[in-house]
Design a protein. Structure first.
Length: 67
């Protein structure tokens, strides 16, 4: 859903499995803390969409579309 919304809005997102971050470990270290709720969608401005209940199409589109 996130990738589809990003593609429609011509935005770039990076999907990282925090259990297999390897090459993306810097992103995990920067954005994911030990007490964070997953899934987590973070923007460069520090805004977050956290928890499965927040990952509904309307909220994801709005979050990704924010500039």
């Amino acid at each position: 859903m996130v990738l589809r919304a990003a593609r429609r809005q011509r935005r770039t997102v990076t999907v990282v499995d925090v259990n297999r971050a390897s090459a993306q470990q810097g992103l995990v270290d920067r954005w994911v803390g030990p007490n964070d709720v997953l899934p987590l969608l973070a923007r460069a401005d520090g805004s977050r969409l956290e928890g499965i209940e927040e990952f509904v199409p309307q909220k994801v589109r709005k979050f990704i579309g924010h500039r």
